[in-house]
Design a protein around this ligand. Structure first.
Ligand code: NAP
Length: 253
């Protein structure tokens, strides 16, 4: 049995993955943006171990969430699943950052750095990362910006950088397909059950799932923007996240 923490797990793919993992006998800690959503989430995932709260658009709340996770003790896996899609470009977080960049890109970085290292890390990316600006030109401290595609490329860069820098950890990015959640919309053409199978497989005991540095779609490696493997791109992303959050990416040890 594994112990798993899933961000953004009161709805959508996070909630579905949580239920599937609980059903398989794993211990799952959920995450919601606030107490009201936590109450909703706990009712939707009977059998979950507990639920933690923290608004990922706030760097302080994200740091606090990492401490709450650490207070619960060791985890085998963390699934960085929470995300937003259609956010007006000019909508800013309380830290003055584009909201989408704060939730989708900076929060997974901060949580990865501050949560005691699990054995497995999974980052929800998307096929839409292929439309990203792979030179990360939006990551300027003066006026940062990011499209949804850019943020999903950041998630991929994060997975590849972690896999390279922490060889004892299995870190991978997952494209769940375009599926009918709140984010995907009712007309999304892909299979919802298949949208969680890779995450569930990656945290399980199948020896074939002990992979790292991969971009997976439906449990198979898929093509991705190779700039994600470029150390300079990875360092640019980490350096930006460190500058805005004050959190340094720790070495393995
Ligand atoms: N659906 C797709 O077709 C698709 C395709 C490719 C990739 N993905 C990726 O898959 C992941 C899950 O997507 P989904 O389709 O399940 O989306 P979803 O149904 O909209 O669920 C997203 C989850 O993230 C949470 N969340 C959003 N902002 C938050 C914040 N500031 N603080 C804390 N939690 C926050 C949401 O909380 P609330 O419920 O309270 O809003 C919700 O639980 C995302 O990373 C997404 O980019 C999805």
């Amino acid at each position: 049995m594994a112990r798993i923490f899933i961000t953004g797990s009161v709805d959508g793919l996070g909630q579905l993955a949580a239920n599937a993992l609980v059903h398989k006998g794993h211990s799952v800690v959920l995450h919601a943006r606030n107490a009201q959503r936590a109450k909703y989430g706990l009712a939707k995932v009977p059998g979950a171990e507990s639920i933690l709260t923290g608004d990922l658009s706030s760097i302080e709340e994200t740091k606090d969430l990492a401490s709450k996770v650490n207070k619960l003790g060791a985890f085998d896996a963390v699934i960085h699943n929470a995300g937003v899609f259609q956010v007006p470009e000019n909508e800013l977080s309380q830290d003055g950052l584009p909201l989408l960049l704060a939730v989708n890109s900076i929060a997974p970085y901060v949580l990865t750095c501050l949560i005691d290292k699990p054995k497995r890390l999974i980052y929800l990316s998307s096929g839409m990362h292929k439309q990203a600006d792979a030179d990360l030109n939006g990551l300027k401290l003066t006026k940062p910006s990011a499209s949804y595609s850019d943020s999903k490329f950041h998630n991929l860069v994060m997975a590849m950088a972690v896999a390279r820098q922490w060889p004892k950890t299995y870190a991978n990015a997952v494209d769940p397909g375009w599926v009918p959640t709140k984010m995907g919309g009712p007309g999304a053409p892909d299979n919802l059950a298949k949208g969680i199978e890779t995450q569930v497989w990656l945290v399980g005991s199948d020896s074939q799932s002990k992979v790292s540095g991969q971009y997976l779609h439906h449990k198979k490696q898929d093509r991705y923007l190779r700039q994600a493997d470029d150390v300079r791109v990875q360092e640019k992303f980490f350096s930006f996240c460190e500058d805005v959050s004050g959190v340094k990416f720790p070495s393995e040890s």
